[in-house]
Design a protein around this ligand. Structure first.
Ligand SMILES: [Zn+2]
Length: 202
C-alpha cells in the first residue's frame, strides 16, 4: 500500500467532510484546503458553530421538529390552528411548507420514511408518537400526510392512514402536481402551496 503524503490532521478533516451529504472525496479535499488557507478565527468559528448547534438544538417533545426551545415556537404559537397536523419526513420540509403561507396548522416530523429495503420500519421513525398525539389531543380534525411523493413516502402515508383510521379524524394527502419521486423540500413555494390547498382524503 502506498503511504499517504498528506499529513494526518488534513486527512482526518477530509474524511470528516466526505461524510457530509453531497460531498465527494474531491469536494472534501477542496473544503479541507480552504480551511487550511483561511485564518484561525474562521476555522474556530466554523468548529464552534457545529458544536453549538448540537448542544443547543434538540427535538420539540410535541412535534419532533428541531428547536432551541421545548415546545418549539410553532407548537407554542397561539395563532396556529391546533385542529390541523401536517406530517412531514424531515425538519427541512417544515421550512418549505411554512414558506408557502398556505398553512397555519401544526406539524409532526417523522425523521424519515418507512423503507424496508433500507431496514427502516415504523419503529425507527416517529409514527407511534404521532398516533399517541392524535389519540390524546382533543381537537385534531385533520392530519395531512405530506410525506415525499415517492415509494417510501407513499408507503409511509398509507401505513399512517391505517393507524389513524380508528380515531375518526380526516386524513388527507397533498394533491399530485409535486414532482413525482422528488423531495418535498425541493418543490417551489407555488407548487407546494397548490398541492397543499388541493389535498384529498385518503
Ligand atoms: Zn413543536
Amino acid at each position: 500500500m502506498k503511504t499517504s503524503i498528506t499529513a494526518e490532521p488534513v486527512n482526518r478533516l477530509i474524511n470528516e467532510f466526505s461524510r457530509l451529504p453531497g460531498i465527494g472525496p474531491k469536494s472534501a479535499a477542496r473544503l479541507a484546503y480552504f480551511i487550511l488557507r483561511g485564518g484561525e478565527h474562521e476555522a474556530r468559528s466554523l468548529a464552534e458553530a457545529i458544536v453549538d448547534v448540537k448542544e443547543r438544538i434538540g427535538l420539540c417533545s410535541e412535534c419532533f421538529n428541531l428547536s432551541e426551545r421545548d415546545p418549539c415556537p410553532i407548537c407554542s404559537d397561539p395563532e396556529r390552528d391546533r385542529s390541523l397536523i401536517c406530517v412531514v419526513e424531515e425538519p427541512l420540509d417544515v421550512i418549505a411548507l411554512d414558506r408557502t403561507n398556505e398553512y397555519s396548522g401544526l406539524y409532526h416530523v417523522l425523521h424519515g420514511a418507512i423503507s424496508p429495503v433500507d431496514g427502516v420500519g415504523p419503529d425507527q421513525i416517529r409514527v407511534h408518537e404521532l398516533v399517541e398525539r392524535v389519540r390524546s389531543a382533543e381537537k385534531i380534525e385533520e392530519v395531512i400526510l405530506a410525506t415525499n411523493p415517492n415509494i417510501e413516502g407513499d408507503a409511509t402515508a398509507m401505513y399512517i392512514a391505517r393507524q389513524l383510521a380508528q380515531f375518526g379524524v380526516k386524513v388527507t394527502r397533498p394533491a399530485s402536481g409535486l414532482p413525482v419521486g422528488g423531495d418535498l423540500e425541493y418543490a417551489d413555494e407555488v407548487t407546494l402551496g397548490r398541492a397543499l390547498s388541493g389535498r384529498r382524503a385518503l
